[in-house]
Write a protein that binds this ligand. Sequence first.
Ligand code: GLU
Length: 257
Amino acid sequence: MERIVVKVGSNVLTTPTGKLDITRLSAIVDQIAWLKEHRYEVILVSSGAVACGRSELKVEYALDSVEQRQLYSAIGQVKLINHYYDLFREYGIHIGQVLTMRENFQQGEQYDNQRACMEVMLDNAVIPIVNENDTVSITELMFTDNDELSGLISQMMGAKTLVLLSNVDGIYTGNPAEPDSQLIAKVNPKDQLDKYIQAEKSSAGRGGMESKYKTARQVSQSGIRVIIANGRRDNILPQVLTAPHTTPHTEFVPQQR
Ligand code: GLU
């Protein structure tokens, strides 16, 4: 079995108006079920709680940014995980929810407990669905975003591959909207792409290409292959894993250790 971590960004799971895109969520579930059938051991890191909660509740007064995050993630996480539960159930696949915080990743008891928890889930063919515990982790204590979280999870669980699903095909040599820009297919451990990385982010999530690049570099240097691909493309996970030459993506080749 090959262990794989799949991170799905808020921008993949939400429509342009910020609502949860159930069709897309369902397509992601179908693809993860395919991975399970093909002997992959999957850990899913899913964003979307805040975006999900925001579309659920209209608040009549101004919330500050911490209140927004706490309120919307509390409501949204329930909605998100319920959808996953229903959709995976159709395949007879069990899921479990893992909410975590940055401090759980310092070496020690919490780190060991968290790893043991996910190991026992995987041993029993349960898919861990991981997100940050947004209701209690605030400002300085948060992960930069779920890209960073998924990198830490990949290292903690000794994954072979991390796939970061976003709403772009990967890293380009310029602005993806410009015709001259080319998608970079492979990044070797020594390649420096800083000059190509655009700082702007999507509106739905906290990440962006800058943080994906940072995570991808770090994680690939620790010996894990990292793939950035477009989660809005049909059947992207099976495609990128079985037909990489004909599927747009950026792969970070792992450093040999
Ligand atoms: N944990 C946040 C959520 O579920 C997402 C953080 C991110 O955008 O990376 O809404």
